[in-house]
Design a binder for this molecule. Structure first.
Ligand SMILES: NC(=O)c1ccc[n+]([C@@H]2O[C@H](COP(=O)([O-])OP(=O)(O)OC[C@H]3O[C@@H](n4cnc5c(N)ncnc54)[C@H](O)[C@@H]3O)[C@@H](O)[C@H]2O)c1
Length: 257
């Protein structure tokens, strides 16, 4: 039996580096998974790859913009229709914004708050009936090490990630009576296609990329997305049945001094 055998999970940002790894490992361990992403091409590629690697998987996909409130109901309806009642929600979709807070634009604030923070709230609300009814519901919110460790240059993004931590703890308080657990996972430097493309666009070599991580955490290297997926898998499983309101730093010791 798999570690999440028979579960039904929604994973947003499911075409991305970390979200696709989460979708892959949840499928491997027996869950039915709805991967949601705004990038239709990447989503299709990920789905083909997961199916090719695992054969008989319960996998569905939905192209949706999670930054629109109306998407939440559509995502939940699709998961229920394709896979059954939902007991696991992994909010992982995220966008980035660069630049000092002094220059931050209102339209960027509105968009990043909708995608990174409100989408987590909207989808939790839309799925709450199923999550409560399951008696062992699990919401896993992907935040960032920078939710609690400030830095210069990505203030809008970091604010959304701090909000996710707060939202997760409140949800844990409010929903414990329904057997629903809520936890946050805070990745550190995790090498994904996004980072590869960004580095290439800036003309940076693999050596430059590696050097960034060497001084950036105790582990001295970038994480592989699977190193984020396994903690999420654990939180989704009954192995973590006493875990709620936790904020798990998976950052290679990024800010340990
Ligand atoms: N990679 C890292 O180093 C790192 C570190 C800390 C936190 N995180 C967080 O982990 C999560 C996944 O990041 P990643 O590195 O895999 O990034 P990524 O860019 O590879 O994946 C993010 C995915 O979210 C999707 N997405 C963005 N906006 C969307 C929208 N409006 N609707 C639907 N889908 C949307 C993108 O298409 C993409 O597939 C994000 O929340 C990110 O903030 C990543």
């Amino acid at each position: 039996m798999g570690r999440v055998q028979g579960r039904v999970a929604i994973v947003t940002g499911g075409a991305g580096g970390i979200g696709s790894a989460i979708g892959r490992v949840l499928c491997q361990e027996g869950a039915g998974v709805l991967l949601v992403d705004a990038d239709a091409t990447a989503l299709e590629e990920v789905a083909v790859d997961i199916r090719a690697g695992q054969g008989d998987v319960r996998l569905a996909t939905l192209v949706a913009d999670v930054g629109q409130e109306a998407s939440a109901g559509q995502i939940v309806a699709k998961a229920r229709d394709a896979l059954g009642p939902i007991d696991t929600l992994v909010n992982c979709a995220g966008m980035r914004s660069y630049g000092p807070l002094a220059d931050a634009k209102t339209e960027t604030w509105e968009r990043i708050l909708a995608v990174n923070l409100l989408s987590y709230a909207w989808l939790t609300q839309a799925a709450i009936g199923d999550l409560r009814a399951s008696g062992r519901g699990s919401v896993i919110n992907v935040s960032s090490t920078h939710a609690v460790n400030p830095r210069a240059g990505m203030g809008q993004y970091d604010v959304t990630k701090a909000g996710i931590v707060s939202m997760t703890k409140t949800l844990a308080f409010e929903e414990a009576k329904h057997g629903l657990r809520a936890n946050a996972v805070c990745p550190g430097l995790t090498f994904t296609p996004f980072h590869r493309k960004r580095a290439e666009a800036a003309g940076r070599t693999q050596e430059d990329i590696d050097a960034e991580a060497q001084g950036g955490c105790l582990m001295g290297r970038w994480a592989d997305p699977m190193e984020m997926a396994y903690p999420v898998l654990w939180l989704a499983s009954d192995e973590a049945s006493y875990m709620t309101a936790s904020v798990i730093m998976v950052d290679g010791g990024r800010f340990v001094t």
